[in-house]
Structure formats: C-alpha cells, structure tokens
Design a protein around this ligand. Structure first.
Ligand code: TXA
Ligand code: MG
Length: 315
C-alpha cells in the first residue's frame, strides 16, 4: 500500500526522481508524473492500464506558463483561463514539441489545466516541470475523490498519495477546444456550459462517441462500477430484482429489497450531488447487492455532467 500524507516537499522529491505521486485536485484525484519526461509518463499508462491512444491532461501552475507548452493561444482561450483558472476547465490547444508525443497520444493538441487545490498549486510552484495526470483509477473505472479510493486501487503501483481531503467538485473538468473559432465542449464536467457561454457566446457540445479513440472520456461506457447500473424509475426497476443498491437523487425509497441506499442530496442540491456521486457509486459497488438502481437528476447546469456520468456508468 502507498503512504498517505501531506508532505508537499516529499511529493516533489519523488516526482523529481521520475516517479509517480497521486495528487488532490478540486475535481478528482490525479495520478501525476513529470509531463516532460517520457519515462515518467510511461509509468502512468502502465499503472492505470491505460491504452496509449488516450492522451493525458497536463497540469500547470498558472495561465502564464501555458505559452511554454502551447503554440498558439486563441483570445477566447485566454479569456476562459483568466476567468476560470484555477478551476475545473481543461483547454485543448495546439501543442509545442517540448511535450512528448506520448502525453498527447500523438495528437496535435495538448490538454492543459490549472487545478484549484492549494496543496497541488504549491506542489506545481515548487517544480520546474508541469504534471501529466489522468484520474487516479484503473482505466474505465469510477474516478477517485478521496486518498483512500486511490489507495484501494492503485496503492501497489505508487509510493505516495498527497492527502488533500475529499474533492470539492467531485466530477472531472470540463474539456473545451476550438474548431475554427467555435468553442466545443468534448466532456461535460465541473465547469458549467452556461458559465463558458457567458464568456465565449454559444458553444457546441460533442460529448458522445461510440468508439472515438481520440478521447475515451467520450466512450459510452466509462466511469463505470463493476456491478450493473440501471437508470430509470426506481420503483419500476425494483420489481425485477431481489437485492438492490439504490442511488437516489433526493427521495428515500422504501422496499424490503433494498440492501443499501444512498440519497445524494435530500435538498436537491446539484453541487452536493456531484461531490458525493463517485464515492457513493464506489460504496454501492462494494456492498452486498446484485445491481445498482439509480435515477437521472434535473438536466440543467451541473446536472448535465452528473447525468452524463450516470449514463456512462450504466452502459
Ligand atoms: O478533472 C480532471 O480533468 C482530472 C483531474 C485529475 O485533473 N483528470 C482527468 O483525466 O479526468 P483523465 O485522463 O481521466 O481524462 C482526461 C480526458 C480523457 O478522456 C482524454 O482523452 C482527454 O481528456 N484528453 C486529454 N488530452 C487530450 C487531447 N490532447 N486531445 C483530446 N482529448 C484529450
Ligand atoms: Mg479518467
């Protein structure tokens, strides 16, 4: 098992040796390595069992450092960074050659983000390189929102997990790129479409793909627990099973068939729902039930990212 601790200098020293450290962010925990060192980046793919066609997000300390890694920064991207960084927004920009091919999976754009977490920002400021970091989970599984989630699944692959408590946002960053000069959302996430539009005007959303090998976050099945997940009217779905786990939005369901139930937010708060979503899926996945029944949340704001993750978990 890995050591869990709050020692930023220790995390920095491990990273300088070309090894991996799990880091907290406001969205989910990342599995980080030196983004400019192809050897360190290879270790990330191996630890996650991640296919090499799936590019990694590079985490930077500030908007100012982006020009070191991106060839051109459109004005709209600059405005988005100034407005929302540090925060749950990843920008796809034309990359510079200094970034190894492995990081971008050979694509000509690099994904960049400045995470909103005090410890990780301090860590990034103490390093002379940016950090490549996908979510710290085995490929295809639910992302981790606590250091214990990371230890459960990747504890044998890394030596240190930087403990930054529970993630505040709970779903991954929103990924935005540009086609000609139209902003495109490739993954719904912690930053709402409405917020992006308030800066850029209308955006295009392109988040589903049956098997687009350029962005597996777009795969229909991703972010999934091992147990079968079904979405719909929970009272109806209950009829077909005997020992179920229920992940409900605000209402508590009553049935002798329910072995374990988690209500995401009894007040119907979408931020609370996002924050609890992945840890609740993990808890139900571990519990003694045959299937997980869940329901969609209102399809507005953060609710769209939540529904996106629920649908992928159920595919
Ligand atoms: O919130 C987050 O974004 C978290 C934290 C750790 O920062 N990271 C995260 O990374 O969710 P990951 O690797 O699990 O998901 C990143 C997604 C992948 O679906 C990947 O295909 C896409 O971003 N991506 C990264 N770089 C890309 C690029 N250059 N072009 C297209 N898609 C890219
Ligand atoms: Mg991931």
């Amino acid at each position: 098992m890995a050591e869990i601790g709050k020692d930023i200098a220790k995390a920095a020293s491990i990273l300088r040796q070309g090894k991996l450290v799990a880091i907290p962010t406001e969205t989910v925990y990342g599995l980080a390595g030196n983004a400019l060192d192809a050897g360190a980046v290879t270790k990330i793919f191996i630890a996650k069992n991640r296919p090499y066609f799936d590019p990694l997000i590079v985490h930077v300390r500030s908007a100012d450092s982006v020009k070191q890694y991106a060839e051109k920064i459109p004005d709209m991207a600059l405005e988005l960074m100034n407005r929302f960084w540090p925060g749950p927004l990843t920008l796809l920009l034309p990359r510079k050659k200094i970034v190894p091919d492995l990081v971008t999976a050979g694509l000509d754009r690099i994904g960049l983000r400045c995470p909103d977490h005090a410890m990780t920002l301090e860590l990034l400021r103490s390093l002379s390189f940016p950090l490549a970091a996908p979510s710290a989970n085995p490929f295809g599984y639910v992302s981790p929102t606590s250091p214990y989630h990371v230890n459960d699944q990747l504890g044998n692959a890394i030596e240190y997990i930087l403990d930054g408590d529970q993630c505040k946002v709970g779903v991954e960053s929103t990924i935005v790129g540009f086609e000609d000069s139209t902003p495109v959302i490739y993954r719904l996430g912690g930053l709402q479409e409405e917020d992006i539009e308030s800066v850029t005007g209308p955006v295009k959303v392109m988040t589903t793909s049956v098997s687009n090998p350029q962005a597996p976050g777009q795969l229909q099945s991703h972010y999934a627990p091992r147990k079968k997940v079904l979405i719909g009217n929970i009272n109806e779905l209950l009829k077909d099973f005997d020992r179920v786990g229920v992940l409900s939005f605000r209402e508590e369901y009553l049935s002798g068939k329910i072995g374990k139930q988690i209500v995401l937010s009894s007040s119907g708060d979408l931020e609370e729902t996002a924050q609890k979503l992945f840890s609740s899926l993990r808890e139900l996945d571990k519990s003694n039930v045959d299937v997980i029944l869940t329901e969609l949340v209102p399809d507005v704001g953060l609710g769209r990212a939540i529904n996106d993750r629920l649908r992928r978990a159920a595919t």
